[in-house]
Design a protein around this ligand. Structure first.
Ligand SMILES: [Zn+2]
Length: 376
């Protein structure tokens, strides 16, 4: 396969002043007080300016790159805390692959690892995180505390009382399943505590994805010569491993452990929200895959069977829940984390149940996915 296509182009660069004005406007719109908005905007534009200085190639979007490097720093620190061997740190970057996906490749000449993410991944994570926060979380008082309503009945009641949540979900799913572009979903801001919860869900998912790729590096999966398939990235020959299912499960366990630790140590969050991203990420994969299959074939198909290289998302989700007690050895905390993860899955199932007839109707009207989803 080749990643060098028409979507692979130099990114236009926004000036730091313009970026500051844009993020300040965003913080105002999400309900931050003037002082908090200005302080957040200064911090974000400083990160943006640093990302612009450190861009490895002119093809990177500095906004996405600034988020990714912060996530990568957090996972790298977590790996060091565990004492895991990461001999040489991977070079992180984005590739518009058209799949909502991440991959680690090795450069044969130098032995360096490239950790590549599709920018669509962060977009999907953010859109889904906002829908999940709306479906599950209720702020308590004026402070930062929230209560999660995780039963199927409570979630159904919430969705009944606010039909816009279902609409937002449909919008997010179609933006990716049909158009593969975050920009096709209508933009909206979540203010205050709900915005914080959505941000936590999103960071948790992204940390898991990067932690999973670190898992492959730590376990030396890329140096296994048994299963490599050549791909071309920007004219450099690199080898991509067709991982076995066992390797994927192992990498998932590392992703869960590193993600939770990074979330606690680098983002100041708690273990349940730190863990929920692993489960939520598989939920997102499942939904996009189901939507694309339904649009393509018109058939409501059972959950995916996986591919030769990757287990089905449902299996990976079940496995990560099984290893959770090893990751979090405090029973009470581990139980709370499982309850939140199961609640997220319940919300995704309930949301999908509601939009499935609409997607089916769209298929009958001739709407098709732009390209058929391939499992990650
Ligand atoms: Zn993998």
């Amino acid at each position: 396969m080749t990643w060098h296509d028409d979507r692979f182009s130099r990114r236009p660069r926004m000036s730091t002043d313009k970026y500051y004005a844009m993020v300040l406007n965003g913080f105002h719109r999400r309900g931050d007080s003037p002082q908090v908005a200005e302080s957040n905007a200064r911090l974000e534009s400083a990160r943006y300016a640093e990302a612009c200085r450190k861009l490895p190639t002119a093809y990177e979007d500095p906004q996405v790159y600034s988020i990714l490097t912060r996530l990568d720093d957090a996972i790298y620190s977590a790996a060091k805390l565990y004492g895991y061997p990461v001999e040489t740190r991977p070079v992180i970057g984005t590739v518009q692959s058209g799949q909502i996906n991440a991959a680690t490749v090795i450069v044969p000449e130098t032995g360096e690892h490239l950790l590549l993410l599709d920018p669509g991944l962060t977009g999907l994570a953010l859109l889904m995180s906002k829908v999940l926060a709306l479906s599950l979380a209720t702020p308590i008082g004026d402070g930062p505390k929230v209560e999660f309503s995780l039963s199927q009945q409570a979630i159904a009641r919430r969705l009944d009382s606010d039909p816009q949540i279902e609409q937002r979900f449909l919008d997010a799913v179609l933006a990716f399943a049909v158009h593969e572009r975050v920009g096709n979903a209508q933009q909206y801001f979540l203010s205050g505590t709900l915005g914080g919860v959505a941000g936590a869900f999103c960071t948790s998912m992204e940390l898991f994805v990067i932690g999973h790729e670190y898992g492959h590096i730590i376990r030396g999966h890329l140096r296994d010569p048994a299963a490599s398939e050549a791909v071309v990235v920007d004219n450099a020959e690199v080898a991509r491993i067709a991982y076995s299912w066992d390797q994927e499960f192992a990498a998932d366990a590392y992703g869960g452990a590193l993600g939770v630790t990074a979330f606690i140590h680098s983002y100041g969050g708690g273990p349940a929200l730190g863990f929920v991203g692993a489960s939520a990420f598989f939920g997102c994969l499942e939904i996009i895959e189901r939507c694309q299959t339904l649009l393509q074939t018109g058939a409501i198909t059972p959950r995916s069977q996986g591919t030769s290289s990757h287990p089905p998302s449902t299996e990976r989700r079940r496995h990560i829940l099984e290893v959770l007690p090893v990751i979090i050895d405090d029973h009470e905390v581990s139980d709370t984390s499982v309850r939140l993860a199961v609640g997220v899955d319940t919300a995704m199932c309930e949301l999908w149940r509601r939009i499935e007839p609409i997607v089916h109707r769209l298929h009958k009207e001739g709407v098709r996915p732009r390209r058929v989803w391939r499992a990650s």
